[in-house]
Design a protein around this ligand. Structure first.
Ligand SMILES: Nc1nc2c(ncn2[C@@H]2O[C@H](COP(=O)(O)OP(=O)(O)OP(=O)(O)O)[C@@H](O)[C@H]2O)c(=O)[nH]1
Ligand SMILES: [Mg+2]
Length: 296
């Protein structure tokens, strides 16, 4: 008898939710960066353990909504948490447990889900001493989210398998929900756009990472082994556009060079990448546009 279900990942920005999803799936389905609020969409990553199919739902970090974009992100988090078989609350050992984690813990414990359907993971234990891990595990228990607290490092892989095995045991009996060969539910256009966005946010700072979005307009295969990808990077002001293009076009070239190997791996072809930067004022407040981008 097979088992299957959804595990939704809750936690502050930057705790390593997307890193864990990629580790569980065994390929890159979600982008990762040091900048908080990297993830904007709910991404379903497929993970098989024995006769169990787990669908890990990577979610944006919980935060205060400031505009239509972040409001949609927060709304989607609530919806996914309510619909999951198990909620995994992730904590960051490097930063310690703070107000943001307690806020999430309260939201999870008041949400009507039973304690048995919640699990806590203390991530980034590669950054702290064993004694500190023991201390943080006690603090994690005190959050009251779950009695099941796992220590792990999504980066080194330590503790990841034990966590996944535990999660798999929580999945209810049922047929597989997604085709066995698929790694995620994202369209190729969205995934390629995300890979380009990752290259761009890793090279920018302050408000710029939050102000940019990438739209893949066209993926062509002019001949076997060659793909042509045309993408637009949106920013919100002309000064941000200047930053993204850079002196003599150096920045946009660097973003393209960093993204191209990722796209090539994904498309299994040599890639011609045509990137342009466009100012789209207040796109984060444009509801119709956010619909088109599939956010929320
Ligand atoms: N040292 C260490 N770094 C980690 C670990 N897991 C993730 N990171 C790093 O932490 C940063 C944030 O990781 P993400 O996976 O993007 O975090 P997230 O929770 O998805 O963040 P948002 O999408 O913004 O909510 C990245 O720089 C990762 O490389 C870990 O176990 N150890
Ligand atoms: Mg993320």
């Amino acid at each position: 008898m097979t088992r299957s279900g959804f595990v939704a990942l809750a936690g502050r920005p930057n705790v390593g939710k997307s890193t864990l999803v990629n580790a569980a799936v065994g390929e890159k389905v979600a982008i990762i960066s040091e900048r908080p609020q990297t993830t904007r969409r709910a991404i379903r990553g497929v993970c098989h353990r024995g006769d169990c199919q787990m669908i890990l739902v990577d979610l944006p970090g919980v935060q205060r909504a400031r505009d239509a974009l972040t409001e949609r992100m927060a709304g989607r988090v609530q919806q996914e948490l309510a619909g999951a078989d198990v909620v995994l609350h992730m904590l960051n050992a490097e930063q310690g447990i703070g107000g943001g984690d307690r806020f999430t813990a309260r939201a999870l414990t008041s949400g009507g889900s039973s304690a048995s359907s919640r699990v806590v993971a203390l991530n980034k234990i590669d950054r702290v001493s064993r004694a500190r891990v023991a201390e943080l595990l006690q603090e994690a228990l005190a959050l009251g989210v779950s009695d099941e607290v796992f220590a792990m490092s999504a980066r080194t892989g330590e503790g990841v398998e034990a966590l996944l095995e535990h999660l798999a045991l929580q999945m209810p009996p049922g047929p597989f929900l997604l085709a066995e060969g698929s790694a995620s539910d994202q369209s190729q256009h969205v995934l390629l756009g995300e890979l380009i966005r990752e290259a761009a946010i890793r090279r920018t700072r302050d408000e710029v990472p939050h102000a940019l979005e990438v739209l893949v307009e066209e993926i062509e295969h002019p001949r076997a082994g060659l793909a042509r990808v045309r993408a637009l990077i949106w920013v919100e002001s002309t000064s941000q556009k200047g930053i993204l293009i850079g002196a003599g076009g150096r920045m946009i070239k660097a973003i393209g060079s960093a993204a191209r190997p990722e796209l090539e791996r994904e498309l299994d072809a040599h890639v011609h990448l045509d990137l342009s930067v466009k100012v789209r004022r207040a796109w984060r407040a444009d509801e119709a546009l956010l619909d088109r981008l599939g956010i929320g």
